[in-house]
Design a protein around this ligand. Structure first.
Ligand code: SF4
Ligand code: SF4
Length: 164
């Protein structure tokens, strides 16, 4: 897996232009059963890919923390939200709360999330390949294929399956 992760940014870069074209067409003419197709591709891919062998999202990027995330996680640590923010978070250029550093502080040595039950919504949903109206997050997906090997494979399968 380590080798696969090291090669992923280059592979994603090579596919970038084709992916961009594909998503631009998909946005104009999304198939009626797109949600169903995505759910199927997502489930098939995650039967093959074990996130515990990877954790690349937790190591190289981080989630946005919503206010609800901050309140829930702060409570878990018995901290006030303001204490949690000053200890772990910063505000990014888009004015969102993000981790002060990556790899994520809450990732342990075996790739387990130490706050799994209360983890941010963005972590629960990443790489968003099973979400409804997937064509609406194409810009995000174009970035995620360089981080997440599962998202990369899912987009490759989409291109084979959905003829536009
Ligand atoms: S979601 Fe993607 S990047 Fe994150 S651990 Fe799973 S396969 Fe790796
Ligand atoms: S909170 Fe957990 S799931 Fe989210 S980035 Fe950190 S270790 Fe990964």
């Amino acid at each position: 897996m380590q080798e696969e992760l090291e090669g992923l940014p280059k592979k994603a870069q090579e596919k970038h232009s084709a992916n961009k074209k594909f998503f631009s067409k998909l946005k104009k003419r999304p198939p009626k059963n797109l949600d169903y197709i995505m759910l199927e591709l997502h489930e098939e891919e995650f039967q093959r890919t074990d996130c515990l062998d990877c954790a690349n999202c937790c190591k190289t990027t981080g989630p946005l923390f919503t206010n609800a995330d901050i309140e829930r996680i702060a409570k878990h640590f018995r901290l006030k939200p303001s204490q949690f923010i000053s200890e772990f978070l910063r505000v990014d250029e888009e004015n969102d709360y993000v981790l002060q550093q990556v790899p994520c502080t809450f990732l342990d040595a075996d790739n387990y999330c130490s706050i799994y039950d209360v983890r941010p919504k963005a972590c629960r949903e990443f790489p968003h390949t099973d979400r409804k109206k997937f064509h609406q997050i194409s810009n995000l997906t174009l970035k995620n294929v360089a981080i997440c090997p599962a998202a990369f494979n899912i987009v490759e399968e989409m291109k084979k399956k959905i003829k536009l």
